[in-house]
Design a protein around this ligand. Structure first.
Ligand code: AMP
Length: 213
């Protein structure tokens, strides 16, 4: 199973991605967490990414695609499955990431789309800021991230639909209910093609190293 999660900030990509990863026993790559970890550790990548995260802007594609390549190679070595949370965020990034995945025989066979409206999200996100100590869940940055989602990220959904991999669910319900609906839909999809599958432990801790140089 190879899944990319897509949805506005606060729709539950993290929660649902984790449920999918556990159910299908596949690694979960959370790009936002990875970037925040680099920022906290003051790595070269973290120093470059810091300002973008604080403003709610997209980190440049060059860096993101370097991380995507490393993550896909790690996932391939670990058995071929993955859940990607946070990539892609814009059409050009989606096409470039697809090209890398195609080269590695690792294109997604499902896109898990979480639908939620802005009112619900602006209600949920400040609570998350308090819980997770995220600096980008302030009101002004939240508004900007939602706008960026509408403008840059949302167009990718139609592309997934054309590719026949879109699984779209109403995310404004209990997490367990949303999770059951996605899982059922994913189980009905054709399995991904390509060489597979011996499960090996996956070490994602080094991801991003060297990407900023
Ligand atoms: P997230 O935790 O997924 O909401 O991501 C937090 C922040 O990390 C975003 O607001 C961006 O600054 C950055 N980020 C995450 N994923 C990407 C991506 N695919 N492309 C560019 N920037 C990203």
């Amino acid at each position: 199973m190879r899944v990319v999660m897509i949805g506005p900030p606060g729709a539950g990509k993290g929660t649902q991605g984790a449920l999918i990863a556990e159910h299908f026993d596949i690694p979960r790559i959370v790009v936002g967490d990875l970037l925040r970890d680099h920022v906290a550790r003051r790595t070269d990548l973290g120093r470059v990414a810091d300002g973008y995260l604080g403003r709610g802007e997209l980190v440049p594609d060059e860096l993101m695609l370097c991380i995507v390549r490393q993550a896909l190679m790690a996932a391939r070595a670990a058995g071929g499955g993955y859940v990607f949370d946070g990539v892609p965020r814009a059409m050009a990034q989606a096409r470039a990431a697809y090209a890398i995945a195609a080269e590695l025989g690792m294109t997604a066979n499902a896109a898990g789309h979480l639908r939620a409206d802005d009112n619900e999200l602006t209600r949920r996100l400040p609570g998350r800021a308090a819980l997770e100590h995220r600096t980008d869940d302030t009101e002004a940055v939240i508004r900007h991230r939602l706008e960026l989602y509408q403008k840059a990220t949302q167009p990718i959904i139609a592309w997934y639909a054309q590719r026949g991999i879109l699984v779209s669910v109403d995310a404004m319900r209990q997490a367990g209910e949303v999770g059951r609906e996605i899982r059922t839909a994913l189980e009905l999809l054709p399995a991904p093609t390509g060489p597979v599958i011996v499960r090996r432990p996956v070490d994602l801790s080094g991801l991003g190293a060297g990407c900023a140089s």
